[in-house]
Design a protein around this ligand. Structure first.
Ligand code: NAP
Length: 455
């Protein structure tokens, strides 16, 4: 795939870009390395000034950046603007909190003084997806830059203007140009960048194949990696739940970003006692969703980001129906208009062995499963290759404790949808990846945890 902006609502190619030559790529890596040598020593208060300035730019120009994202990948404009605001908040949070997250930690031993110091590693490569074109990058960049690392961004090939805008924001904010650079290159260049001696670590958010490929190269060259991969998060509703709130949240949790979020609720696991009621209400809310031009303020669902994603989703739904799943609503791409539009869709009565049991559906498709009790609910939730997030709805404290303890995932949200929070670690287990972003655990991923021991 070439590097280009194609409006997913119309199919119109808005702008194309040349990939960097190997020579230009080398120049940028050299610039990053040279910058790191001085940037690491810049006082953290100065870095915080720059990051707060980046937050100001984001807030002041939220409409422009929001529109850019909508034109590149199709999310509703109001969601894109909210994403820009969230990026400002991650900048402000790490500007304010990095110093204490990275402060020396004393540990009493037989030394006269022993402690831990956190030092930057150097150049970190960030390989990022298109679905949250600003947020995914800022949640990496804000902590990494505060820790004294420098970043190279290889963004998804369909969001080059977002990638360039982020670089511009950080430079205008005052960061040295070598502290953060966008590399307009395709996925075929990633292995060579990871292998480069000057690059010390990498983080990738994206699909399993991309994660495996990057991890294999990084393993060969003994480089640290953080992987944020796919998910098929369960959304469990027990009889004691506040049903109306659960159903409303279920719609938001499934439809966020036109259904293309790693932590979207994808498998709805419903206790028999409330399942019929839940499904009736869900269908009502699905019918009320407005699908259309993502630039219009009352649009709930825009197009999928690319024709390939539309095609994959269509095939997954059709195969699931052939394998015995029951289609309750939707199920056919909207052929009456240009663009990659797919309607809100619900599959139920998914038989054992159907691909809907285990595949990630990256679009507005809800997969319904009925269970008789909590044992079956937990078993169904864990019956997935993924382990990113989980949402469980109950007011029974014993059930709550079992969900917290027994669900195999990187996070469990009780009576809420799964969401990322700048203050909390984010990441998965199983095939959803490893390592964490955000929080103390996230900022510590890309530092040398240096032990100091004085006699
Ligand atoms: P993708 O194809 O893996 O693309 C993600 C990034 O990886 C892009 O920059 C892409 O570049 C690059 N890439 C692709 N193949 C690569 C390879 N073999 N080696 C190195 N880099 C490679 O992902 P996607 O399908 O666009 O994104 C959706 C997936 O991301 C879903 O599975 C979703 O759940 C996951 N995701 C996870 C999180 C999380 O935090 N866990 C967040 C968001 C999304 P090109 O664009 O140039 O191909």
């Amino acid at each position: 795939m070439g590097i280009a902006t194609t409006n997913p609502a119309t199919g119109e190619v808005l702008q194309t870009f040349e990939s960097l030559s190997d020579r230009d790529l080398d120049t940028k890596i050299a610039h990053a390395q040279q910058t790191f040598l001085s940037y690491r020593a810049v006082p953290r208060v100065q870095k915080a000034v720059w990051l707060n300035r980046a937050a100001e730019i984001l807030e002041t120009e939220r409409d422009r950046f929001g529109k850019l994202m909508t034109l590149e990948m199709g999310k509703p404009l109001k969601a894109a603007i909210a994403e820009v605001e969230k990026c400002a908040s991650v900048c402000r949070y790490y500007a304010e909190n990095a110093s204490h997250l990275l402060a020396d930690v004393s540990v009493q031993t037989d030394a006269s003084h022993s402690f831990i110091r956190y030092q930057p590693l150097g150049i970190i490569l960030a390989v990022m997806p298109w679905n949250f074109p600003f947020w995914q990058v800022f949640r990496f960049a804000a902590p990494a830059l505060m820790a004294g690392n420098v970043g190279l961004l290889k963004h998804a090939s369909n969001v080059p203007q977002s990638a360039l805008a982020i670089e511009e924001i950080l430079h205008r904010a005052g960061f040295p140009t070598g502290a953060f650079q966008t590399l307009l290159v395709g996925a075929d260049k990633v292995a060579a960048i990871v292998a480069d001696d000057r690059v010390k670590a990498a983080t990738l958010t994206g699909s399993e194949p991309a994660g495996m490929s990057l991890a294999a190269t990084a393993g060969k060259h003994l480089k640290k990696v953080v992987l944020e991969l796919g998910g098929s998060d369960p959304f469990i509703v027990m009889p004691s739940a506040d049903l109306e709130t659960a159903v409303s949240t279920a719609v938001t949790a499934r439809m966020i970003n036109n259904g293309q979020s790693c932590i979207a609720a994808k498998r709805f696991i419903l206790a028999d006692a409330i399942a019929d009621d839940f499904i009736d209400r869900l269908l009502d809310k699905y019918r009320a969703l407005k699908i259309g031009d993502p630039l219009l303020p009352d649009t709930d669902i825009g197009p999928l980001a690319t024709p390939g994603i539309l095609n994959d989703l269509d095939q997954q739904v059709k195969t699931s129906v052939q394998q015995g799943a029951k289609l309750l609503i939707g199920g056919e791409p909207l052929h009456d208009r240009p663009g990659n539009f797919y309607p809100p869709t619900i599959l139920s009565e998914i038989p054992v062995g159907c691909l809907a049991e285990h595949d990630e559906f990256f679009g507005p498709v809800a997969l319904l499963f009925r269970v008789p009790d909590i044992d079956a609910a937990i078993q169904r939730a864990n019956n997935s290759p993924f382990g990113l997030g989980a949402s469980a709805w109950t007011t029974d404290l014993k059930e709550r404790d079992r969900f917290i303890e027994e669900i195999e995932s990187g996070s469990v949200f009780i009576n809420s949808m799964v969401k990322s929070d700048v203050r909390l670690p984010f990441g998965g287990i199983k095939r959803s990846g490893y390592g964490r972003e955000l929080g103390k655990e996230g900022i510590h991923e890309f530092v040398n945890i240096k032990t100091i021991w004085e006699k």
